[in-house]
Design a protein around this ligand. Sequence first.
Ligand code: ADP
Length: 267
Amino acid sequence: MQDELRDYLIKDEPYYRPVADEIELYEAAYSVRMPMMLKGPTGCGKTRFVEYMAWKLNKPLITVACNEDMTASDLVGRFLLDANGTRWQDGPLAMAARHGAICYLDEVVEARQDTTVVIHPLTDNRRVLPLERKGELIQAHPDFQVVISYNPGYQSLMKDLKQSTKQRFGALDFNYPAHDLESEIVAHETGVSLDVASKLVSVAERARNLKGHGLDEGISTRMLVYAGSLIHKGVAPLAACRMALVRPITDDPDMRDALDAAVTTFF
Ligand code: ADP
């Protein structure tokens, strides 16, 4: 393996609690190098899952957090000026394709569509990446795979993937885990007891029922991990839940009251 990719290998097994048969399905998808799309709300375990799979398959993982200011050059690469003139520097996508990493494009809908299309020739049977400015065509390494994450909740006409992009991927649905499983995850990640973790999950479930009724997005597993970590550090549960669960997701005073009331029901 190329030295530059060694830093992207995940050395220690990430904690990932399987929810269904996603590990086996992903392994099968990787074995035929099918590009994968992980769909689901923010903070429900998509990134942790890719990290786990990269570790399990012993492949380097290059992650790119997508945003609307990102250009195709940010993914593909650019010429840089240095003391000896100009030097080409591969972007994360080119590096992954050239040396054989899994390239994870997180929240790909955030990127502009003209940026997203650079993955097209890599995600069909050509498996190539043209570096137009450099005049090079990279033939993807056999180990290379593209994985994107996508939150269908944010979908709008302006922000959606083109059909021509979507149809290049296999997709796995992610969601918040079932109550007992999510409690187990929160307890494991934070050190709080299963009983406290279960109460946190109950608060989140109340909030998730309000999605679409005044809340854009429910309380995620990630937020529960924050709240649990604060409680484990000795912060009073009410204060921890207000700071980590309620205040971040809404500015609306009535909604805050409703969520605060849910917290006091359980703590
Ligand atoms: P996203 O879906 O936004 O990529 P993450 O993968 O970052 O979310 O998940 C947020 C946090 O939730 C993780 O850091 C981890 O603590 C926890 N988590 C969620 N699902 C799982 C799971 N199935 N196994 C282990 N941890 C999980």
